[in-house]
Design a protein around this ligand. Sequence first.
Ligand SMILES: C[S@@+](CC[C@H](N)C(=O)[O-])C[C@H]1O[C@@H](n2cnc3c(N)ncnc32)[C@H](O)[C@@H]1O
Length: 497
Amino acid sequence: MMQALPEDARQAQQLLQPLSSDLAASYFHEVVGNLGETVEVRLASLEKGRGVFATKDFAEEDLIFKEPPLVGAQHTSNRANALVCSHCFSFIGSIGIQIAHRLLSRRDAEPVDVNPDYLRSLWSGVAELPYSNRFPLRTLVTCLGGCTDSIYCSEECAAANWAAHHQLLCCGRRAQPSSVMPPAETEQQQRRSSFEAFRESRERLQTQGLHSLTPPIRREPPNFDKADAIRLFREHADETNDAFHIAAQVVAGTLLRADELLINNSTPGSTGSSRERSWAALQHAWRPYAAAWKAPWWECVAIPEDVTDAHAFRSDLRELASDSLELLKAFLYDERFPGLFHLDVYGSIVGMFELNNLDLFVASPVEDYFELCHGEDSSLSAEEQHLTQLTTRPLLDALGKAYDAACEGSAFYALQSCCNHSCAPSAYAFKRAHIDTDGSAVVLAKRSIACGEEVCLSYIDEDAPFHERRAALADYGFVCACEKCAAEAAAPGKAAA
Ligand SMILES: C[S@@+](CC[C@H](N)C(=O)[O-])C[C@H]1O[C@@H](n2cnc3c(N)ncnc32)[C@H](O)[C@@H]1O
């Protein structure tokens, strides 16, 4: 007799199945409906799968669509460079705060030739930089739960992020109402105690089994252990792979959305026992990711050139994902949905970011500020520039070459991730100066596009020679057959040039 699959594997199998064409059609109908219906998502070809198609004519440089990320995070290494809203990723505070943030958070040993007291007064808003009011930024709003990992540009963004996923990922005091917080510790003590807690919880896991460690339901009042477990998860993601932060947003967001559907009794077509209704709600909440192009991270990642043992490399990645998942389960596990915490599902969420390769980018207003104070085409007079530079020159020198560092991260966009590749693309992702100042994806027409034509982006440098393009696309697992590749393949001498 065939043995039944364990519940977690059975649920995972269902979650990893592609959406039926009807469900996918209704999901993408909803997505494009929210973005102005300028495009539709439908089958492009059997080789390519789905694609995005224009539903009207576009002229060159027209906006085709603009969409906010479903989930996203700034790269850990970028946090010291740009202080941005944790929800919409727009720059916040003021030009002075941005510059002070960067110079005060520098970890390199090189001394900065600017008085730290002056930087602190810029940071607190006591001092202001000349002409910085020409680049107004929104004021800082702290996290509803009181953590210092997240900061916002408005109450709306704070509330939206809290509702979307942060309430389950926040380790702040107000998110832990029943917690008994330990007395203030130094950073080193905090690190040691969180690793001790991790070791203890691992030991408990080994002696008592997973069930006794994981909370039965998420709504149980959180305690100090939970805040500590959240910090441990974050530290691990910071040190290993930023994508784990976004994967946690996907899992937390799916759980919250499922609960919302259950509370409002609004899962389409859901009847039956409470267990069946819960599962139907979870599947509905999971739709954006069920619809997404994905594969397990350790299988789809391109092997770096210097790696000789591909098998060992892939199994190391699997182990890393498994460690991250154990840390996540310690505070988020929900026994109704063991499949959502299955390694294959978690690995596929991380693989989804890998395969869709969607960078989060927001240009810095600090660049514009220095352009005004130091640039040749400035609207300031030579005398005004001269006077201003007495203040701004030391700051510019201290910031160095990367004075214009942008906000950089990774995100997942429901519609942009449906765009196929072409080496002769009809569209491109581009942020328009002073218009697109947040983390939304912006897709513009590269040439005129007729209604019904496919909206293709280039995943690589489309100006590279044919063989380089082909090699770069091998990482995505397909051979491009666009008109440019077809022409160059037919005339190899020309293509090699
Ligand atoms: C970001 S997804 C694009 C949407 C995808 N076609 C779908 O059905 O969801 C990227 C994947 O689409 C397929 N793809 C994209 N462009 C292609 C092309 N020009 N030729 C063949 N396959 C392509 C590849 O499988 C690639 O890994």
